[in-house]
Design a protein around this ligand. Structure first.
Ligand SMILES: Nc1ncnc2c1ncn2[C@@H]1O[C@H](COP(=O)(O)OP(=O)(O)OP(=O)(O)O)[C@@H](O)[C@H]1O
Ligand SMILES: [Mg+2]
Length: 324
């Protein structure tokens, strides 16, 4: 049974998608079977792994609505991971899901039939705390929170943790918080370190090390359709994500690793300078009542031409299909 990790932060541009593709590639390098799920209508993960979201006939949207099984839609990427891709249709799916009973469980139910084929499933959540992110958290064993180290970053963490607590209470009691992953990190500034120290103390949450340094290599990778682990194999960024992948695999205890264990150490830092952080009251985000009364999703009719497209080989097919 796969270990499911949701990568979530409602703040945009904090490296959620980059972390999913890089961690996924790193776990795949270690020999694990990895599935990535693009839960963002922007479909950046899908694009950055070499697929054109505009040309995809089938996507995670069909799966969440119960029209297709996940296995039909999953495709293999060049970096060795499998991908449940997204298209802009996912934005409409969010609205349809809202009217359905058991909407929070759509992803968990959809993954159930393929989950035994993988060691890790990584879910790239959109920059919101809406029904798609709740689906990601409901399907997950743990959540990782990428955090750009800047003033006010802590506000988003508080709101996200409120949502995590709601999910734990209502739809997924087993959800754990793996910790904050510092991204776009500039170790030269005391400010970055001070923000991390503040977040860690304020929310009693682990800060995962090593931090992921800011590097232009990350911006270059998506255009090539590969992760940084392929495009800049020996870069510090690639090595940092490898270290996190090994730490995750060790923590989960998923079989022997190809590489040796890593040493997790503290962030190299002097004493952090105090940073004035306003104590802003946070608005808790609440799930609606009745979220626990999950019923199976209704299967909706298949869109005309969808299956023919699969059979005719017009769309890439992974686990259940025969992609050359
Ligand atoms: N360590 C890094 N150094 C420099 N640039 C980075 C780093 N990590 C990610 N980026 C770049 O920052 C931008 C945002 O990253 P990414 O798309 O992964 O964030 P996101 O949280 O998924 O965004 P969104 O909320 O829109 O989904 C991208 O252009 C990406 O290439
Ligand atoms: Mg993203």
């Amino acid at each position: 049974m796969a270990h499911v990790l949701a990568v979530a932060n409602q703040k945009g541009g904090v490296a959620k998608t980059t972390s999913v593709s890089s961690l996924g590639a790193a776990l795949s390098e270690l020999g694990y079977r990895v599935l990535l799920v693009d839960l963002d209508p922007q479909a950046c993960l899908t694009f950055s792994l070499g697929l054109d979201p505009d040309a995809l006939e089938l996507s995670v949207h069909d799966v969440l609505l119960g029209r297709l099984s996940a296995g039909i839609v999953i495709t293999r990427t060049s970096d060795g991971m499998d991908l449940l891709p997204a298209t802009i249709e996912l934005a409409g799916c969010e609205a349809v899901l809202l009217s359905r009973t058991g909407r929070e469980h759509a992803l968990r139910l959809a993954l159930a039939e393929v989950i035994d084929a993988y060691d890790f499933v990584l879910v790239d959540c959109p920059p919101s705390l809406g029904v798609l992110t709740i689906n990601g958290l409901t399907a997950a064993d743990e959540v990782i929170v990428p955090l750009q180290c800047e003033t006010l970053s802590h506000r988003g963490v508080g709101q996200l943790l409120d949502t995590v607590h709601d999910v734990q209470r209502l739809t997924n009691p087993g959800l754990g918080v793996r910790g904050v992953l510092p991204t776009l990190f500039d170790g030269r500034t005391a400010h970055c370190r001070a923000v991390l120290a503040d977040v860690s103390a304020r929310y009693d949450i682990a800060v995962l090390t090593p931090p992921i340094a800011r590097s232009v290599r990350f911006a270059e990778a998506p255009g090539t359709g590969r992760s940084i682990l392929s495009t800049a194999r020996r870069s510090k960024g690639a090595e940092a994500y490898r270290a996190h992948a090994r730490a995750i695999a060790e923590a989960v205890g998923t079989g022997p690793l190809k590489a040796g264990p890593i040493k997790a150490g503290p962030i190299e830092a002097g004493p952090p300078e105090p940073v004035p952080l306003e104590a802003v009251p946070l608005e808790p985000v609440r799930l609606e009542a009745g979220a626990l009364e999950a019923a199976p999703l209704e299967a909706a009719p298949l869109e005309a031409g969808a299956l023919e497209a699969v059979r005719g080989g017009q769309v890439p097919v992974g686990v259940n299909g025969a992609r050359g």
